[in-house]
Design a protein. Structure first.
Length: 470
């Protein structure tokens, strides 16, 4: 029978507006979990809960206090919902070890010297890029360490079940982790965007449509026939999969041929004759389609019902080019640091110095390069409504021409007089119609990226009604 055993663990819950510490009880036989306070059960994993208590919140709170000692305890029964959590916990531990190898260190932050302010740099150094008041229009490019945006639903969020993934799809979170630095650049001379989606030709002739309708009428019957055919094939020593497939095909063909008896005799006989001829020839190893027979014999082909159908969204690419000509030693230092900002940021990562990395050391895994956010800004740090927004991007290419004038020219010490920087970005996810409708919520709370972050969910821009949008 079993009984409810006090685990000695407590979590905070709110009852009638008061926060209290409720005790966690687990049934020794079936793993049913209850929260009790002052002798009253306020939550049950298999029953009614006190009004205002959220089941997911409670279960996640219990998981947070359930350590390895309890997970591996064979003596006591675990809460029923902990079983799936064990798998997630193992994935989290593996992920934790990898993240430890590639965690951000002080060396990963840019513009750390006293010369720079708030991990940021700008070119030209005397440009007026103000957060408040009047400002020159400019492009802000900020850099972040990367985190996998779709990992939670698959590995780490055990409240998302298989049925959720099958029926609702995979959720996506922010790919932005730690803010590492930003640069402010003049407006590019060439600003373009190109929004594209992939469409493709597709055809469906009458025979294919009839077969599709025959399958769609009652697919459970077809599955049953397939299983029966597979069993018969297996017992007779034939390939069960091929036998099942043939059984289903014959049943569907029988449906189509049966309906053809009541059809137009002329058209029906033409379809049956050419299709039958094509199948007989195929059995003899001669590949000739019914369409080819009709074309050669009667000079007609079945209507293919050709249409252009949507296939998939596409990822946008952006390219920017800047010629930078430092006018002083300090500005030359800024130019060099900006070049490094992009070149180092796009590089694949080896494990960090904290765990024996750096200096070309061994690294079994390579970490994802950093990612970038780009936005055109104007006075009062506002987005420019007449220009496109850009989603989080990967920097796929950085090209630097150190002799843009056709010959090498330098200041004392070899510093190039000018350099030509070309940047190639590609967005991490496609543009959807919902992106235009998202007006944003609260401001992102990360203070270290105060200048860069606008309203949104940490990585989505809030789009106003009078903006161009994406």
């Amino acid at each position: 029978m079993g009984y409810f055993k006090d685990t000695g663990k407590k979590i905070s819950i709110e009852i009638n507006g008061e926060t209290v510490e409720a005790s966690v009880f687990v049934h020794t036989n079936n793993g049913t979990t209850e929260l009790r306070y002052d002798g009253v059960t306020h939550y049950s994993s298999k029953g009614e809960n006190t009004e205002g208590l959220n089941r997911d919140t409670i279960e996640n709170s219990i998981k947070d206090i359930w350590d390895d000692k309890w997970i591996n305890n064979k003596k006591d029964k675990q809460p029923g919902f902990i079983k799936n959590f064990q798998v997630a916990l193992q994935a989290r531990e593996q992920n934790k070890n990898i993240r430890e190898e590639f965690k951000v260190t002080d060396q990963d932050y840019y513009f750390r010297s006293k010369f720079f302010e708030n991990n940021s740099a700008q070119y030209p150094v005397d440009a007026i890029y103000n957060k408040t008041g009047e400002s020159q229009d400019h492009l802000v490019i900020s850099q972040y360490s990367y985190k996998a945006p779709r990992a939670d639903d698959i590995w780490f969020n055990d409240s998302v079940g298989i049925s959720d993934l099958l029926t609702k799809g995979i959720g996506r979170n922010s790919p932005l982790d730690k803010f590492l630095g930003l640069v402010r650049m003049p407006m590019p001379n060439n600003i373009t965007d190109s929004n594209n989606v992939r469409w493709g030709e597709d055809s469906l002739n009458a025979i294919e449509a009839a077969a599709l309708k025959a399958v769609g009428n009652d697919i459970t019957d077809d599955v049953g026939i397939g299983i029966l055919g597979g069993l018969i094939g297996g017992l007779s020593g034939a390939d069960a999969g091929e036998t099942a497939k043939d059984a289903v095909s014959l049943k569907i063909l029988a449906k189509v041929l049966g309906d053809l008896k009541n059809a137009d005799k002329g058209v029906g006989s033409t379809i049956l004759g050419t299709e039958g001829t094509a199948r007989i020839l195929a059995a003899l190893g001669i590949e000739t389609s019914a369409e080819s027979i009709l074309a050669r014999r009667d000079g007609v082909v079945p209507n293919s019902n050709l249409e252009l159908l949507f296939q998939a969204p596409m990822l946008r690419q952006f390219s920017f080019m800047y010629k930078m000509s430092p006018r002083s030693k300090s500005e030359a230092n800024v130019v060099n640091q900006i070049l490094r900002f992009f070149k180092q940021g796009m590089a694949a990562k080896k494990k960090n110095a904290a765990v024996g990395g750096a200096n070309g050391g061994r690294s079994y895994f390579l970490g994802t390069p950093n990612v970038f956010r780009l936005q055109y800004r104007t006075s009062n740090n506002e987005a420019i409504k007449g220009l496109n927004r850009i989603k989080t991007c990967a920097l796929t290419g950085t090209s630097v021409n150190y002799t843009p004038e056709g010959a090498f020219a330098s200041y004392d010490g070899g510093q190039p007089v000018s350099v030509l920087l070309t940047l190639g970005f590609q967005e991490l996810e496609p543009i959807y119609d919902s992106d235009y409708k998202y007006e944003g919520g609260t401001n992102d709370e990360r203070k270290d990226s105060d200048y860069d972050m606008g309203p949104g969910e940490g990585y989505r821009w809030g789009i106003k009604a009078d903006e161009v949008g994406y």
